[in-house]
Design a protein around this ligand. Structure first.
Ligand code: 4NP
Length: 157
């Protein structure tokens, strides 16, 4: 059975798509693509249908990671049932998610940086324009999340 991860942020054009495509990349480099299903979605409707925001796309491209075809979508109740790990970028995402999905009865919500040794919100580039800080948080968080899942499920590395 695949490990299904859904990354969440407010708009699904900056932080959560970066996490989606970074995670796909590190999972692929670990030879574990067949073990995972990875996607991202928004809490809001603000950016539905829009592609990954150009500076976020650029940050991924600098590392050889493509995100072609990804467009923003809002998380649904089906997603709540389907995904195992619903991983948010910041604490306001978590409070929005809890309101939207009945206070998380299946205990699926977590914060990306809580898998690291420095729990925090992922740096939000929407106001700061600092996409490098977001990149650093996202890569550190995704590395730690993969390690957690590998250890929890004793996946072969
Ligand atoms: P994201 O960034 O949640 O990382 O995709 C944002 C995108 C859009 C808005 C805010 C943050 N917005 O207010 O429209």
């Amino acid at each position: 059975m695949k490990h299904k991860i859904l990354f969440i942020c407010l708009g699904n054009i900056c932080r959560s798509p970066m996490a989606e495509f970074v995670m796909k990349d590190i999972v692929s480099k670990a030879g574990l693509t067949h073990e995972f299903e990875i996607a991202s979605a928004a809490t809001s409707t603000y950016e539905i249908g829009n592609p990954v925001y150009p500076p976020a796309r650029q940050k991924l491209a600098e590392q050889g990671i493509a995100c072609d075809g990804k467009t923003a979508r809002q998380m649904t109740k089906k997603d709540y049932e389907y995904y195992d790990y619903i991983v948010a970028m910041d604490s306001s995402n978590i409070s929005n998610l809890k309101k939207m999905f009945n206070n998380d009865p299946d205990n699926k919500f977590s914060l990306l940086m809580d898998y690291t040794t420095r729990p925090a919100d992922v740096a939000d580039p929407w106001y700061t324009r600092d996409f490098r800080a977001t990149w650093n948080d996202v890569t550190e968080g995704c590395d730690a999340l993969l390690k957690f899942i590998v250890e929890t499920h004793q996946l072969p590395l």
